[in-house]
Design a protein around this ligand. Structure first.
Ligand SMILES: [Fe+2]
Length: 134
């Protein structure tokens, strides 16, 4: 799997969130590299856990900002965030119980989700929030 590379088109118009997204890109890349190097399973699992914790922090920050400025797309955005966390939980449970789930599949899912979400749902608040912030 290829490493994620940040491009300007991923910008959501809010510096703080661009910074968060760049960190998420790097965290996914760290996982890809760990997998490619056949790193210890514990290293991979703790890296994945860090990624999930950072994702929760980032979602909370985005949602709080949308709420603060009264963005009307908040609810559908929250739903998409919650859906991701639910799906990641399913993967994590399977991994924890050694069920057949390929790590490749999880990485693929996370990378695609992040790209789609950043280019899709996150762009919906771009104009609205960048009017107030930066
Ligand atoms: Fe988002």
């Amino acid at each position: 799997m290829r490493l994620l590379v940040w491009e300007d088109r991923f910008s959501v118009g809010v510096q703080e969130f661009d910074q968060h997204h760049k960190i998420l890109f790097e965290m996914i890349n760290t996982l890809i590299i760990a997998r490619d190097n056949n790193s210890d399973q514990l290293v991979i699992e703790s890296t994945l856990e860090q990624l999930i914790q950072y994702t929760i922090f980032h979602f909370t920050a985005e949602e709080a900002t949308m709420k603060h400025f009264g963005f009307d797309g908040l609810e559908e955005h929250e739903q998409e965030h919650a859906e991701l966390l639910k799906q990641v939980q399913v993967y994590q449970d399977k991994l924890a119980h050694s069920e057949a789930v390929s790590f490749e599949e999880l990485l693929d899912f996370l990378a695609n989700w992040l790209l789609d979400h950043t280019l899709g749902m996150d762009q919906k608040y771009n104009h609205f929030l960048s009017h107030y912030i930066n």
